[in-house]
Design a binder for this molecule. Sequence first.
Ligand code: BGC
Length: 415
Amino acid sequence: MFLRASGITVAGLALSAALPSFAGEVEVLHWWTSGGEARSVSELKKTMLQKGDTWKDYAIAGGGGDNAMTALKTRVVSGKAPTAAQIKGPQIQEWGKEGTLANINAVAEAGNWDKVLPPVVADIMKYKGNYVAVPVNIHRVNWLWINPEALKRAGATVPVTMDDFFAAADKLKAAGIQPLAHGGQPWQDATLFESIALGVGGADFYRKAFAQLDPVALAGPTMVRVFEAMQRVKGYIDKGAAGRDWNLATAMVINGKAGMQFTGDWAKGEFTAANKQPGKDYLCVAAPGTGGSFTYNIDSLAMFVQKDKAAQTSQAHLAEAVMSPAFQEAFSLSKGSIPARVDVPMTKFDDCARKSAADLQTSLKANALLPSFAHKMAMSSAAEGAVTDVISQFMNSNMTPQKAAERIAKAARTK
Ligand code: BGC
């Protein structure tokens, strides 16, 4: 460990939370630019200003973060790494291998992170056993967001299974309401696809195919059935979906233009920003057929090596601030997620967040807690990019389900 019994290492000292503060600047790269997301980032800015640091926003628009990751690479290559960047899952390991990430064990030990984070979260934040990233929250991806009024007008009921979903979508269509709100961007196609795959194939299939990259599961008959279901789902998406941002799709559900949307609970940040109440103005239910499962997407800020002392101190402040129970609560209340720390009470949270917290526990026990590959939690960036390309090509062409299954199996082998 970094903080050894025999003493504190030099880098450990620089990051130690116990040191007096030297106010400095923190520059944070993220892609939180929609209305609900921007409100959430302002919580972080506020917390840093309270600590006496200055905040430099490095926001790169584009849901799912692909644009942000491209910008980050250019920045780091030119020797100007930010203090921290929103980097997730296996990509933290990829950056760790480049030798660009800072060891923040001193802050982690002072804050008892190993005790207050679930192991599934803590493991992702470490490179070679050392903390290099801070978890911000936990998003659940396998949700279906519903406008109850639209469903009522169409005489449809809340879908629990995939068959229910198709029945509800048909009724909405017949009532002249767009059944599904969607944005035709590759990461949104992948987000929709992974929930359909889980609904059609179940947790074991999902794990084998997308976490273990098992070639048999990837190319087999279940995958063909998943693409067949996707083909049907395509029929419920409007022509205007091409290129549409996710928050504009959510707005269609908010204002009743569409009945449902498959997306993660960052959507709740938009409903909240629009003053809508869960259970009344909108419903959050598990994506059809995925009730016992939980696809997780953990937002985290990876810390980049800083040369000067003031920058290291501000970085330590940032790590400390993000992990503070008060920030974890405030951020998730506006973001739609749940805190990553296990000791933050859920008393101020709404029913959707409480359901998320409860379902996380249930799915953990049932071995149905699964990494979201569409949100960079399951695969290398190369494999994830190639798999997402196949899904988006399927969405935008007449590719057959059989062909798509063959191609996705090949894409998953991309190194
Ligand atoms: C991130 C969320 C974000 C969403 C839409 C996801 O990958 O984890 O924090 O709100 O993309 O931009």
